[in-house]
Design a protein around this ligand. Structure first.
Ligand code: BTN
Length: 325
């Protein structure tokens, strides 16, 4: 579901005077539409789930806004970015936002296009894992990013995204840390995962990247499947109260745009942030139950450097990493 700019403007005007009755004329005239056309649009907006009250002979009012709703007019009327999220595709339910972005939007999509779902039936994680994606609780989104680095440096795409998620959670007062290669952790548990995928031409050039981000927002301990319950956390668990999903999403768009631009202009600044809030470096780690040692660094290509117990340094390209102390 996408949104017509006039619908976005209607919602923006009602939101600006939230709780007040706004007459049909006050909205219809500046939009250059008739009052009947306005009424039709309001009826469609109401059907899509936006709770606009119709006050007979006086006008329209928006008061009780669903803070968790990610419907396009609500998001777009409050979005402050210049590119990220401006092209917004929303689904109540989808198999995977990454699949949609890769296969169906593809090259046609503008840089910063975002695919969002309330529920994913086949949410995917790294290493062919499942990303648990129940409805009404979390954020599941995929951002299409214009290639700014070759596929060999795709790690930078993951890096700018994990810096953005980390800063988002830190702004909420959490001690969020980035775990190599693409997870964000709070209180030693996973709160967010990022899956970066590239669409590559036969020549090897990247056509575009898709950055898939899942953030556990309003999950209670018992909402997680039993096997991950003790290793996962959510914003609500950490804050002790539910958090409005839309506000979180809107801020995430701003931070993704900010960190994308930082990566373009001065990648060293992003590296500094990534290293500063790192959960892996300096720790004893085990990768794929094979490589054990101290994580001592990350190469520009994103490989993890592990100093083994015999002093040799091993370069780990990918894998399942556990921090053991
Ligand atoms: C991981 O930690 O393994 C990465 C998880 C990425 C999950 C997100 S949710 C939105 C997007 N769509 C998907 O199918 N996966 C990513």
């Amino acid at each position: 579901m996408q949104s017509d700019p006039k619908d976005v403007e209607i919602v923006r005007r009602l939101l600006a005077r939230r709780g007040e009755v706004v007459s049909g004329e006050e909205i219809a005239i500046p939009l250059g539409i008739s009052r009947v056309a306005l009424w039709k649009r309001i009826r469609t907006l109401k059907k899509s789930g936006i709770n606009i009250k119709v006050v007979p002979r006086r006008g329209y009012m928006l008061d009780n806004i669903e803070h968790d709703a990610l419907l396009p007019p609500l998001v777009l009327s409050e979005l402050k970015t210049s590119e990220f999220g401006r092209n917004y595709h929303y689904f109540d339910v989808i198999d995977s936002t990454n699949d949609y972005a890769l296969k169906l939007l593809g090259e046609k999509a503008l840089h910063g296009t975002v695919v969002v779902a309330d529920h994913q039936t086949k949410g995917r994680g790294r290493l062919s894992r499942v990303w648990y994606s129940p409805p009404g609780k979390n954020l599941y989104l995929s951002v299409i990013v214009r290639p700014f680095v070759p596929v060999s440096l795709a790690f930078r795409v993951t890096m700018f995204s994990s810096c953005a998620v980390c800063e988002l959670l830190r702004e909420l007062g959490m001690n969020a840390l980035i775990k190599w290669p693409n997870d964000v952790y709070v209180s030693g548990k996973k709160i967010s995962g990022i899956l970066t995928e590239a669409s590559v031409e036969a020549s090897g050039n990247v056509k575009f990247y898709v950055v898939g981000i899942g953030i556990n927002v309003n999950m209670a301990y018992s909402d997680f499947p039993i096997d991950i319950r003790d290793f996962a956390t959510s914003v609500m668990i950490e804050k002790g109260e539910p958090v409005p999903r839309r506000k979180l999403f809107l801020r995430l768009m701003e931070l993704l745009e900010k960190w994308y631009n930082i990566c373009l202009i001065n990648v060293e600044e992003a590296w500094m942030y990534w290293r500063r809030y790192n959960y892996t470096l300096g720790k004893r780690v085990v990768v794929d139950e094979k490589v054990t040692g101290e994580a001592i660094g990350v190469t520009p290509m994103g490989y993890l450097l592990v100093r083994l117990d015999d002093g040799k340094v091993e370069r780990v390209v990918a894998g399942d990493l556990q921090v053991v102390d």
